[in-house]
Design a protein around this ligand. Structure first.
Ligand code: NIG
Length: 409
């Protein structure tokens, strides 16, 4: 047996397995969590013994957050755009080109340094598994470079060449889609697990988005889609039709969209911090959950529409404004995020799963919504391996390690 760690005297341990404890979150009170070689070896009553010990002193411990939607490889600043938006200018995604220019101009070492800082911030805020998209390169070399930079830190890399038509292809969207589905995909696929497209008016229409998804599938990538962000549209229906693992945003949903999600394996991933930062209405998650769909919540951290790594902030918004219970919001950022990434090894603290955990500075998970804006993450226990992020006593594998290409969709 390898090195072992016990987190002991846990006031309330969220396992996300109802067979192990109380309620849907499977909560065990006065608990201990034993991690051996980065995996959960046991959960049970306080008092377990191991090589190393953390005294939780009555705090709540829960699975590390699974942030299934970020755009973390970028350079530049768009605070000015945010300021004008708060003064009434609507968000339309056009700023993606501003970030693309800044990202192309930045050398690789600097891009990596910036990404490392953002990942360290996310880890301090409790995220232990993270998806990272390209999408600010928008030509073959820069898209590949973004994926390479991301791939140093996570296995959950997503090729998003179809984020926006770059300036040099203005007025020639179909030519750009051909490039994305051809040479760009050929070069990007070895560095990506997923493919994604921004299916929205002003970005890519339903046929263009379908072409990108189908080309990605043929290249062995798993499928995900940005849809229904700025208005009702074909994104959700397309994602369900193509069997995407997740359709992300889902801010504007018709009844037919909700029915389609409920009858599918496609996870509806909500991005409430994006709705906050773009002054969009918040989606009614209650309607989607009650219909029977699987939901996730992610940060969508990017410089334009949602510049936050705080999953805690997302939980507070989801509970306050999306009509989710606190239990549902906590599930959505743990097992929900894992489902959106088709992962069963993270997002739960059950024997055999990854020993990625968050120790709160609070006795219960309710405080995540009850104390908005207060940093409640006392410690993140996560795998940091090759990543230069933070510290963990038992970190043996990279942040978000998991399968690469060819995921089930
Ligand atoms: O998910 N909607 C498309 N992409 C990002 C925004 C990117 C940006 O504005 O830079 C999103 O919100």
């Amino acid at each position: 047996m390898g090195r072992s760690l016990v987190v002991d005297r846990i006031g309330s341990l969220i396992t996300n397995d109802p067979t192990l404890g109380r309620g849907p979150l499977g909560i065990i009170e006065d608990a201990s969590l034993v991690i051996v070689d980065g995996l959960v070896a046991a959960v049970g009553p306080s008092g377990a013994v191991a090589d190393e010990r953390i005294d939780a002193d009555g705090a709540c411990v829960l699975p590390g957050f699974v942030d299934s939607h970020t755009h973390l490889v970028f350079a530049g600043d768009r605070s000015e755009e945010f300021t004008t938006r708060m003064a009434g200018q609507p968000y339309d995604g056009g700023g993606i080109r501003v970030t693309t220019e800044a990202t192309r101009r930045t050398d690789t070492a600097e891009l990596d340094r910036l990404l490392g800082l953002r990942l360290a911030e996310a880890h301090r805020a409790g995220t232990t598994t993270i998806e990272i998209k390209s999408g600010y390169g928008l030509d073959v070399d820069h898209e590949v470079r973004s994926l390479e930079v991301a791939g140093v830190h996570t296995a959950e890399t997503t090729f998003l060449g179809a984020h926006l038509v770059p300036a040099e292809y203005q007025g020639r969207t179909d030519d750009y889609v051909d490039l994305v589905c051809g040479a760009m995909l050929d070069a990007a696929a070895p560095h990506a697990r997923w493919i994604d497209a921004f299916c929205e008016e002003g970005a890519f229409d339903v046929d263009q988005s379908r072409a990108v998804l189908e080309a990605g599938r043929a290249a062995g990538l798993g499928l995900r889609l940005h849809g229904n962000q700025l208005g009702e549209g074909p994104g959700v229906a397309l994602a369900v039709e193509c069997g995407c693992a997740s359709v992300d945003h889902c801010t504007h949903l018709s009844d037919a969209d909700v029915d389609a999600l409920a009858g599918s394996d496609t996870v509806a991933t909500f991005l409430p911090a994006c709705d906050f930062s773009t002054r969009q209405p918040y989606p009614d998650a209650r309607r989607v959950i009650d219909a029977g769909a699987t939901v996730a919540i992610a940060s969508n951290c990017n410089p334009g529409s949602s510049y936050t790594t705080s999953i805690q902030f997302c939980i507070a918004l989801a509970v306050r404004d999306m009509h989710m219970t606190i239990d549902e919001a906590v599930q959505a950022v743990t097992v929900g995020g894992a489902a959106a990434l088709r992962r069963s090894d993270v997002g739960r603290l059950t024997p055999g799963s990854a020993g990625h955990a968050v120790v709160l500075d609070a006795p219960s998970h309710h405080h995540l919504a009850y104390r908005p804006g207060v940093p409640l993450i006392r410690q993140t226990l996560g795998p940091l391996g090759t990543s230069p992020l933070g510290t963990s006593p038992l970190g043996t594998s990279p942040l978000g390690t998991g399968p690469r290409a060819g995921s089930p969709t």
